[in-house]
Design a protein around this ligand. Sequence first.
Ligand SMILES: [Zn+2]
Ligand SMILES: [Zn+2]
Length: 212
Amino acid sequence: MSTPTLELRARSVGPWPMNTYALVCPDTRASVLIDPGADPETLMEMLAGTQPIAILLTHTHPDHIGALQDMRERLQVPLLAHPGPHFQDMALATDREIADGEIIAVGRRTLKAHYAPGHIDDMICFAVVDGTDIIVGDTVFAGGPGNTRSSIAFQTTLRTLRDVVLSWPDESICHAGHGPSFRLGDKRAAIEAFLARDHGDFFGDATWEMGL
Ligand SMILES: [Zn+2]
Ligand SMILES: [Zn+2]
């Protein structure tokens, strides 16, 4: 019998809407809240029966942090995020900065942080160690990579797709900041084909089929 890894909970909140997540240790009930985008009451309900130990951010776009201040006050737990630069150079009072490759404990289980710049400079993906769930923020969606604001950012996204995302196993389940989760193996061929095409100085909203 395999050891249960972290329990994943998800809620869709806010006007866009976005996906907020919690990961819960099945032994200790310790939990982390990832991306408190909106609607604190829904976030509290998602965390019910757990002992929150930290708030984690995939990145600092407003739709992912809309309820951050409220949840910090309610939970009184440390905020962990990439050191930045953050969205519009905002001053984020992080309690602990997350480095690429860092291991974060959640009760008796762990997460591994993967730095994934492109969509924004402070993106972190959180992979459950010894599990298949990866919280990817706006790095990748079922239909394409996250939106980019410059051709330099798009080139950075291409590097992140090649060096970070495609390094994960096929059985990885990517849980995105918007829309449905997907199995990486089901998208690998489309991502590889996307990377093999020349997109020139493109930036913006891309799909895996773009340029076909
Ligand atoms: Zn974003
Ligand atoms: Zn987003």
